[in-house]
Design a protein around this ligand. Structure first.
Ligand code: KIV
Length: 263
């Protein structure tokens, strides 16, 4: 049975931790799905991880739809969440509703995620049958406003702001909250004060779930990984070895051999 937003809530109710990972293409989605990853986020991190943009800011709605469709084709069990790119929901409620609708209708996602405490938009989408995942704390689309990727909620007042934002989003109907780049203590307070699952990234061990960007986890990223990233494989090295071996075998006349040729 495909994973639903109710299943994610049930994980929290049972006190069972779970994971979410990003994916941007069909083969990765297929592998994550078959590995039993319950939630796949088509993050706007596609921008700085796959498309070569310096940040997530330039990512367009059409680019997100293109990648979301590919992921949805590969994920048969996992819940697919489409990330709303910068300025697809900030200018007006109407923009947000229309673009979130496109994410489900054209992208094949089962839910949307957006950054920041957009309470009215959350209520409007939930009313219209569009499940919302919130994203609070360090919100990368605001990189220019934050003056860089800065951990949020470090002082008492800012921590209190994050707790209120989280409570507001949960009350508005968000089914889960990504908590990014905040002290573990703040994430723990939020996790204890909302009844929806919190999914942490750089928010310590007390969240109900954890998410990582797949290219960081697999060692495919060319940037210095942030402190919270753990690299579980070095696929960059695996690919480099494979392609150089291919080049060397072709130039040496070793490949293709009889086995790989038609008679
Ligand atoms: O776009 C993304 O990958 C994200 C995760 C960091 C949660 O928003």
């Amino acid at each position: 049975m495909p994973v639903t937003i109710r299943d994610l809530r049930a994980f929290k109710d049972r006190g069972e931790r779970f994971v979410m990972l990003t994916a941007y293409d069909y083969p990765t989605a297929r592998i994550l799905d078959q590995a039993g990853i319950p939630a796949i986020l088509v993050g706007d991190s596609v921008g700085d991880n796959i498309l070569g943009y310096p940040t997530t800011v330039p990512v367009t709605m059409d680019e997100m739809l293109h990648h979301t469709r590919a992921v949805a084709r590969g994920a048969h069990q996992a819940l697919v969440i489409g990330d709303m790119p910068f300025m697809s929901y900030q200018a007006s409620l109407e923009d947000g509703i229309r673009n979130a609708g496109r994410m489900l209708k054209e992208g094949g996602a089962s839910a949307v995620k957006f950054e920041g405490p957009f309470i009215e938009l959350t209520e409007a989408l939930v009313d219209r049958g569009i499940p919302v995942m919130g994203h609070l704390g360090l919100t990368p689309q605001s990189v220019h406003a934050m003056g860089g990727y800065r951990v949020q909620g470090r002082d008492e007042q800012d921590a209190q702001r994050l707790v209120l934002e989280a409570e507001g989003m949960a009350k508005a109907g968000a089914f889960a909250l990504v908590l990014e780049g905040m002290p573990s203590e703040v994430a723990r307070t939020i996790t204890e004060s909302v009844d929806v699952p919190t999914i942490g990234i750089g928010a310590g061990p007390s969240c109900d779930a954890q998410v990582l960007v797949i290219t960081d986890l697999l060692g495919l990223s060319d940037r210095k990984p942030p402190k919270f990233v753990k690299r579980y494989a070095d696929l960059g090295d695996v690919i480099t070895k494979a392609v150089t071996r291919f080049r060397d075998e072709v130039t040496a006349g070793v490949f293709p051999d009889q086995e790989h040729s038609y008679r």
